[in-house]
Write a protein that binds this ligand. Sequence first.
Ligand SMILES: C[S@@+](CC[C@H](N)C(=O)[O-])C[C@H]1O[C@@H](n2cnc3c(N)ncnc32)[C@H](O)[C@@H]1O
Length: 388
Amino acid sequence: MRFDLVTLFPDFFESPLRSGLVGKALQKQIAEVFVTNPRDFATDKHRKVDDEPYGGGVGMVMKPEPIAAALDSLPQLPRREVIYFTPQGQPMTQSLFKALSANCDQLVLLCGHYEGVDERVMSLVDREVSLGDFVLTCGEIPALTLLNGVLRLQPGTVGKEESLKAESFEEPLLDYPHYTRPPEFRGLTVPAVLMSGNHGAIEQWRREEQILRTRERRPDLDRPPAPPPTHPPCMGPDQWTQVQWVIQRLETHQIHYQVTGGLAGNLYGSAWPLHDLDVDVAIADFDRAYACFQDWAIAPPDRYIDAEFDLLLLRLDVNGLLVDLCADEAAYAIRGQKRLPLNTDLKTAHRTRYFGQSLWVQSLHHLIAYKERLGRSADLAELRQLLR
Ligand SMILES: C[S@@+](CC[C@H](N)C(=O)[O-])C[C@H]1O[C@@H](n2cnc3c(N)ncnc32)[C@H](O)[C@@H]1O
């Protein structure tokens, strides 16, 4: 596994990456860590990486260009995520560590400072993660925390695999209390069962302690397990992986797009099953979209005309997921003899986070207008309901 720390303060990581199990794991080459400083990519003579906020106010904002150049300079392994640390991100949890450890070859960890980074940097980021509901001075501390938690799960970092299973949060339970010698310390004794040698009784006692502790300290954990957080309920994990791949490729190639149709409805709360992925791309980017997706194209870009639609489309089959890339300004609904523009205006799209994926989505009002043009009354009724 490869970690790339993108930080203005590389020294911060020196000692933590040499110490303890992390130090040993890196020596054993279970993972590699590389440090990149955006300041090395600043082009002005003062190597400036921050500037005053537009609109005024206190504090400085990290400039987008040195960060983008630092990110662009990194190699791209096939299963890579770029993570930005911010109090506004998804909470850092053990299940996130597990998902990243199992699904990624490369984690790029972008550390913020000052008031944070220019918002446009989020177009280069796959996930925003928070260490908790508090504010620190820097992103290096959460980055180190995530690196530690993910590296710990890599085979070979922790001596005995069993010790991974027995920790807090492996199940939705906290760990049991631990004791070591001496048997009495300042009048406090070790529970007799732990010295009984009766393994069945010890196991039972530990289990009961786990349950009691969880009820007392973290009753929120003692709930029925939620469905896996990494894929939406309206599609399977494989389908979601393909959707994420398409979005990431569009963003990597800077193709302006918005997700529309069924997935957009899902984002606003509908439960429509996803039949295909509908994406509008800027007509100016249409040729580049073909160049970058041509290995998945079912046919070259062409006009698609039926009783309902007149669209300039590039149709893809991405490992079984059908994707329609539609040129935004060449999309019409057909009503009788009329061709009505669908007004799929990319400028009104929202940047939205959905199951950890950041993407541009057609606004709900535009989605409703789109469905109105198509005369889809059942979809409209549900969307209007969601609007309320
Ligand atoms: C002073 S903070 C900026 C806080 C930001 N203006 C806000 O209120 O959301 C500076 C940097 O520290 C990091 N940071 C601070 N608290 C964090 C937390 N709870 N989780 C993750 N990152 C945090 C982020 O990278 C952030 O850009």
